[in-house]
Design a protein around this ligand. Sequence first.
Ligand code: CA2
Length: 146
Amino acid sequence: MARSILVLNGPNLNLLGTREPDVYGATTLAEIIAGLRTRASEHGVELRDIQSNHEGELVDALHDARDWADGVVFNPGAYTHTSVALRDAISACGLPVVETHLSNVHAREEFRHTSMLSAVCLGVVGGFGRHSYSLALDGLLDHLGA
Ligand code: CA2
């Protein structure tokens, strides 16, 4: 059966490529998603993407993904450091989730050094800019045997 992957992005990531290119790069989210979709299709994998600035919508997206996705590449943005609700949703959905960050959060402010989510994720990728997403996708595809 064909595999499907959700690429989920949290708050402010819709601004990628338009502001703070020194921190987050000059590539837009749409360009990142297009590259991931091409890579996924080479493996016969369908890729859907959702971006939301709202914690509850991200929770809903994880719940809905139970019905159709085999895994999730997830950049939770700042909710990484605060959200028990997203941690519970990741646990509850039972899907392999790769926590993905553009920046190396451990090289930044101390409040970014803690993730509420890493312990319930399959793995964590960060620090490679837009390439973090393709590394996360590759890891997930390998995990799924796709
Ligand atoms: O490095 C990452 O991917 C982060 O998840 C990005 C979050 C930050 O709060 C996390 O600590 C690490 C922030 C996303 C903000 O995205 C912007 C993009 C362009 C311009 C401004 C913000």
